[in-house]
Write a protein of this length. Sequence first.
Length: 154
Amino acid sequence: MTTNCQQCGHPLEILKRPLKRLRWTRYWWHGLASFLSQPLRLCAQCGSIYTHAGVLVATGAAETNVEMRLRGFKEDMAHLRDGFATLVLASEVGAVWTLMSAGSYDLTVTVVMGMIGGLALIPFTFFARKASKAKRELKSLKTARLKGTTPNET
């Protein structure tokens, strides 16, 4: 039984949550089978999967730890972006409502609502750029992993 990856030489660890990690790959069946037999082993650096006996199942099939952290970061930035987008839309709808409604509102209420919406565009664009950049980087890491050219990080 080998304890190091044959591809990059990093130590192997037990693949936790194999169905989740192997979802949308053609190796999900091996993850399901590992529930009934011995667990699979994973190289967290290059994404290679090994049987418990050390036989290579697939290279680059599972997400690496770097990809998992970047995916979490991207999702967090997207949630923040969506939160500020909601604030922008709500304040602009409120400003239009105060202008166009039959009731009378003070003009300062409309201006303040418009300013809140305008100021909320700044963090919205900031988080949108961060999410977009993380998405591009995640895509490049995935293509590099699938080609087998994942850069070695310590």
